[in-house]
Design a protein around this ligand. Sequence first.
Ligand code: AMP
Length: 359
Amino acid sequence: MKAQTIGIIGGGQLGRMLAMAAARLNLTIIILEPQADCPAAQVANEQIIAAYDDPAALAELASRCDIVTYEFENVPVSAAQTLERSVPVYPPSKALEVAQDRLTEKRFLNDCGIETARFHAVNSQQELEAALADFGGKGVLKTCRMGYDGKGQRVFRSSDDSPAGAYEALGGVPLILESFVAFEREISIIAARAKDGTIRCYDPAENVHRNGILHTSTLPANIPAETAATARAAAEKLLAALDYVGVIGMEFFAMADGTLIANEIAPRVHNSGHWTEAACVISQFEQHMRAVAGLALGDPVRHSDCVMTNLIGDDIMALPEWLATKDVLVHLYGKTEARPGRKMGHVTELKGRKTSSQG
Ligand code: AMP
């Protein structure tokens, strides 16, 4: 088999875990990332140290790689389009366009027949007040672009919450007001599509957030089988509509009646899929590399129940206890400084694993 070289735009922990999975498949990895000694470059073959939209760096990446992929959704669309003229880019740049703007994303999902919260575009304080009035004074106001981990958001819980000054407070940029969804729980699904259109979905995870950041993912999610099937069907529709290649993460609100409301999509491997490295034979990282490299997709079946917990900031202090706990897979990201809110690593604890020896 000819050795393939894959370029990854972005050098964070997701790139790191992709590069580690790629190594086992004899794939050569080049990381494009401005920060030297980034988490991904520590385990990759090479790093090009340059901005994501640096024309010379993009030309070098295109000339040296057979395929280019990425590990974060805010890769400049223009950079992906430039690359696409000379090298296959997976997932396609269309997926970046859809995922980077919450309005475009919701409209695309709705066009695919996937339900989302109701929403209004908000481009002034006046539009905000009109939109809030339409939703009975309740809603979640978000920046259309560059929001993640709950950043760039304002929640209106009742008509007593005054919207005065809220448009300017979020930076005077294009906003979206979503209707407030009284969900029972949050779930996500990780799915992969190969070039030939084959789709493989992992089991949905149940997610708990703290301060807007994912805290735990638990498998199985406490949802009926029909709800899991609905999540799978939504992922299949979306992947086909985007002519997608690679792994995608889709987050949903699960309602008490079992219905699902899609919240957002991430055209990349996803934090709520980290459990797959411990509880499946083929992790989301290997699945993504298989998909983009044109190799057969792996079986996403789950062999164990599990809980993945993120180690954020000082959570890393509990590392000795995690290391001493049975059936826990520890994964650290090579970051030296533990700042508040910074993802330092994660642990996945397998539940009720069958063992044949007591080593
Ligand atoms: P997001 O950045 O869109 O993932 O939102 C961060 C978190 O805010 C979600 O995981 C939910 O817990 C909450 N949230 C976001 N949108 C809504 C909504 N429309 N209704 C209720 N809660 C929401």
